[in-house]
Design a protein around this ligand. Structure first.
Ligand code: IPE
Ligand code: IPE
Ligand code: MG
Length: 252
């Protein structure tokens, strides 16, 4: 599998090919302004638009945004239903714009608990943008990294039932081809806004060798300038993938 950082050393470019973001801090952004948390989520949608545009302009090939985790169902019922409504509205309103910008949209996660109308909107948006290739935008919705690994294992065993009695024959590459983002290289850069420094069950398999950047800014305040700051920091990183500094220096 060409995309695995543990099997081969990927080429590194000045701009990350794949940027993955945990968009955090919507609630605190709103609370600080004495607004309901939902106001923060609504403002967060504007930040998504800014960041998609900035990434497109900077030549990012894959942008993956964590919108709703498999653990976010634990939130108050009203907040979950606002998030679902916002997701639907945004899909309805923004797909035309994505289409104009040459963005291909994919949604990853366990979509089965979503209401049928949302599932239909997701399918329609994916189909409508399927021919685009400027920027591959993935929204992770009801996504969990552990769920992803488990569903990949189930799919692998369903496709090759004989492997169940030969577990030693299963390798990384075989499993990885069933992960929900098998179409993308692993993220080069991960950003989490909102000040927390944790992965919160995002792309746990794929982040094995990703550079991790944490910003104290709340997601609704995030935009092109913050993306530039993160990319500048990324350029200062020496991505060794297990090798020594001298080895990295001598390869160029
Ligand atoms: C991220 O912002 C958006 C979602 C998880 C849907 P939060 O809602 O987690 O905001 P904080 O962390 O409570 O400030
Ligand atoms: C992670 O944010 C999920 C998304 C941004 C969608 P959370 O705010 O839910 O993460 P925790 O619970 O603080 O780790
Ligand atoms: Mg949060």
């Amino acid at each position: 599998m060409p995309n695995s950082s543990t099997l081969s050393v990927p080429a590194c470019t000045d701009t990350p090919r794949h940027l993955a973001i945990i968009m955090d801090g919507n609630g605190r952004w709103a609370t600080k302004r004495f607004l309901p948390r939902t106001a923060g989520h609504m403002r967060g949608v504007q930040a998504v638009r800014r960041v998609v545009e900035a990434c497109g302009r900077r030549g990012v090939e894959y942008l993956t945004l964590f919108a709703f985790s498999s653990e976010n169902w634990r939130r108050p019922k009203e907040e979950v239903s606002l998030l679902m409504r916002l997701f639907m509205q945004t899909l309805e309103k923004q797909v035309g714009k994505l289409e104009e910008q040459g963005v291909r949209l994919r949604i990853v996660g366990d979509l089965s608990p979503f209401e049928p109308r949302l599932q239909a909107l997701i399918r329609a948006a994916e189909e409508r943008t399927a021919h685009n290739s400027t920027l591959n935008l993935t929204i992770a919705a009801n996504y969990g990294g552990r769920w992803d690994i488990l569903q990949a294992m189930r799919k692998l065993l369903a496709a090759q039932p004989g492997l169940a009695s030969q577990p030693d024959a299963i390798d990384e590459a075989q499993l990885a081809q069933y992960l929900s983002m098998a179409y993308a290289p692993e993220p080069d850069l991960f950003i989490r806004t909102g000040g927390e420094q944790r992965i919160s069950n995002f792309l746990i398999w794929q982040l094995a060798y990703t550079e991790l950047y944490f910003s104290d800014d709340y997601w609704p305040d995030f935009g092109a300038k913050n993306i530039d700051a993160a990319f500048e920091w990324y350029r200062t990183r020496e991505r060794r993938f297990g090798r020594t500094s001298a080895q990295v220096a001598s390869q160029t």
